[in-house]
Design a protein around this ligand. Structure first.
Ligand code: AMP
Ligand code: MG
Length: 413
């Protein structure tokens, strides 16, 4: 009789990792923040709300190139019966706020301060463009083409909420307020440990040796997720060496998360499982392909997530379990990848008993998706040509070309 434990469903392990990465955090102990200058803040997550220190715009200004007028003085203007008025001094953008003498108008440029006394701007297109006197051919109501102070953002209003990611528009508005430094959530600091005696440190691998792909792969994944890969290490398949390295690293106290790769499956010499199983890390099998063997838990109070060694499995596991959990933990407003529905270009057969994430190429214009490479976890070269994952539920019916599937867009923020 089989005594095999059932595989853990993917959502359950996702919750597990999310809870682990949020360990100890809460309203009393939010994710730490730091202050950075605007030119280093792109992509960061705002740590506290930003309140407008002044109105935006700061003063009434013209929304058009034209003439600053008293609306009442041009109220009768039509093309048949234009109003002709003397033109006072020009108001280029940047000129200080002036005055408008009654019975006159002034040429005003877009963005220039509307002079006191004026209450509308007549755009140059409905005039003869005169500089001594001007013929105004259409009336304009009070307020037309005047961008009043605070009409965009009132002083004291919240400009940006905590948890907003800072992109061009957000950084632009902060600059417009003269805000030079901004409080952002500290980037999560991640230690990456590749394991495997087959991994060569030397640039020319010896017989039976390979190069470390996961170090670079996971460091990039960390950075792409908004974190910092603080250190990227390699250790051979030797439990005492592995534990000594990990304990030494954790003693530095500068790590929010440890990611290991390799050494978690069912073979002999499973250095991570053998070393961290006795230290309280839970090793499970998740109903997923690739990425079935997974480990997670706390070591010395620091979350440790142990990913399988095949680079395709490691990256898929990162996408499914770690990335969303890490982003949720530090308060990123979009922890998940965008999931879109797309039309398959060829048939696919879901697996029995396991959710499968198939590398694919997503055509965002036609809404079609093409499986890219074989399903096995040994095809990193194929993954490198893909930009999406087809999410196939376990035990689904055979899918035909033209069927709709859910696809994770790996290019989404
Ligand atoms: P493991 O999970 O340690 O049994 O490794 C599974 C497979 O992934 C083996 O073929 C390893 O050689 C390979 N592998 C493990 N770690 C890495 C790594 N850092 N870079 C490239 N391949 C790796
Ligand atoms: Mg190994």
């Amino acid at each position: 009789m089989s005594t095999r434990t059932p595989l853990r469903p993917v959502p359950e392990h996702q919750r597990h990792v999310a809870t682990l990465l949020a360990a100890g955090r809460g309203p009393d102990r939010p994710w730490p923040t730091e202050t950075v200058p605007l030119d280093r803040a792109r992509g960061r997550v705002l740590g506290e709300p930003v309140i407008a220190p002044e109105p935006l715009p700061a003063f009434d200004n013209s929304g058009m190139d034209g003439y600053a007028v008293r609306a009442a003085e041009v109220a009768s203007a039509t093309s048949g019966t234009p109003v002709r008025l003397p033109v006072g001094e020009d108001i280029p953008a940047g000129a200080p706020v002036g005055e408008l003498v009654p019975g006159t108008v002034r040429r005003i440029m877009t963005g220039a301060a509307v002079p006191m006394g004026a209450d509308a701007v007549v755009e140059v297109e409905v005039t003869d463009g005169g500089t001594e006197t001007v013929e105004i051919r259409e009336a304009r109501p009070v307020g037309r083409f005047v961008r009043t102070a605070g009409s965009d953002v009132a002083a004291g209003a919240q400009v940006l909420a905590a948890g907003t990611t800072l992109g061009p528009a957000q950084l632009g508005v902060l600059a417009a307020f003269g805000i030079h430094d901004v409080v952002v959530r500290r980037r999560p600091r991640v230690l990456i440990v590749s394991t495997g005696s087959e991994l060569a440190e030397d640039p020319a691998p010896g017989s039976g040796q390979i190069r470390d792909a996961n170090g670079a792969l996971l460091a990039a994944a960390v950075e792409e997720s908004g974190g910092v890969a603080v250190r990227k290490l390699w250790v051979e398949d030797d439990v005492p060496t592995f534990l000594a390295l990990l304990d030494g690293e954790l003693a530095a106290g500068d790590v929010d998360l440890v990611i290991t790769s390799g050494g978690v499956s069912a073979g002999a010499y499973e250095v991570v499982k053998d070393g961290l199983g006795p230290r309280g890390i839970e090793f499970v099998k998740v109903a997923m392909q690739p990425g079935m063997p997974q480990g997670s838990g706390l070591v010395d109070g620091v979350p440790v997530v142990c990913l399988p060694g095949n680079p395709v499995s490691a990256l898929t596991s990162w996408e499914v379990f770690v990335r969303p959990a890490l982003r949720l933990a530090f308060g990123h407003p979009r922890p998940q990848r965008s999931v879109v529905r797309a039309t398959l270009t060829e048939p696919l057969e879901p697996l029995r008993g396991k959710r499968q994430l198939r590398r694919a190429r997503l055509d965002r214009i036609t809404g079609t998706v093409r499986p890219w490479g074989p399903p096995g976890s040994g095809f990193l070269g194929w993954f490198a040509g893909a930009d999406a994952l087809i999410d196939l539920p376990a035990d689904g019916a055979l899918l035909a070309a033209g069927d709709t599937v859910e696809v994770w867009d790996l290019t989404s923020d």
